[in-house]
Ligand binder design. Structure first.
Ligand code: SAH
Length: 217
């Protein structure tokens, strides 16, 4: 397989595009450089892996656009000691980026097929601080505990209290909020002593967050 190491021109364009779109956080840019996106896309899409576009993956889902991945990651203001929850593992790409910037990532996916292949990829890339869990992001097992940061990568009509309740004090949650199959707003919540401080960021389009573990045929 051709890797980012032997495709310096594409790799440089990938970084330039992120910078041009306003990503300036050096740690985020470095993580985006280190994780080979081509390892997370379908084999037919390898040639498009460096383009700034979402791509289809198994189970009718998508791997997000690199700019959105970088932007959302930056908004979490990650610290090396953080424990992060991701809802919607998909390909595992976003989880791999988060894993470069924090202590531990727990990523939940409702499709077993996606969870299994993401786990394999992450193992191969030695992302040992990611745990992929088959489950429902609307019903997170209590045993997973509390999180410093939460990133939702599927669109929710609203953010459930069951989810915001899993944030540590001063924790940050980021999620696409809005109607399914239309434009949503990326929302950032910060847990304060007084409650939650909300900021609406940018318009985005994500596949819907659906309840329950997927019944695959
Ligand atoms: N972060 C992924 C892209 C996510 S696409 C990546 O980097 O590739 C959204 C994912 O959320 C899909 O895989 C979808 O199956 C999953 N999903 C939707 N609803 C969910 C839920 N309730 N719990 C867990 N995962 C969910």
């Amino acid at each position: 397989m051709s890797t980012a190491e032997n495709r310096p021109a594409e790799r440089m364009m990938f970084q330039l595009n992120l910078r041009r779109r306003g990503i300036s956080d050096q740690a985020v840019l470095r993580a985006m450089d280190e994780v080979p996106r081509e390892a997370f896309v379908e084999p037919r899409d390898r040639g498009d892996a460096f383009r700034d576009t979402a791509l289809g993956i198994a189970c009718g889902q998508t791997i997000s656009q690199p700019f959105v991945v970088a932007y959302m990651t930056g908004q979490l203001e990650l610290k090396p000691e953080h424990r992060v929850l991701e809802i919607g593992t998909g390909s595992g790409y976003q989880a791999a980026i988060l894993a470069k910037l924090c202590r531990q990532v727990v990523s939940i996916e409702r499709f077993r097929t996606l969870a299994d292949s993401a786990r394999k990829r992450l193992q191969k890339l030695r992302c040992d601080n990611v745990e992929v869990v088959v489950g429902d992001g609307f019903a997170i097992p209590a045993a997973l505990g509390q999180f410093d940061r939460i990133m939702v990568t599927a669109a929710m009509e609203q953010i459930p209290e069951a989810l915001t309740g899993r944030l540590e004090p001063d924790g940050i949650l980021i999620a696409p909020v809005g109607p399914h199959h239309r434009v949503q707003t990326l929302v950032r919540l910060v847990r304060t002593a007084a409650g939650f401080k909300r900021k609406d960021l940018v318009d985005v389009r994500f596949v819907p967050a659906l309840p329950g573990i997927a019944q695959e045929l």
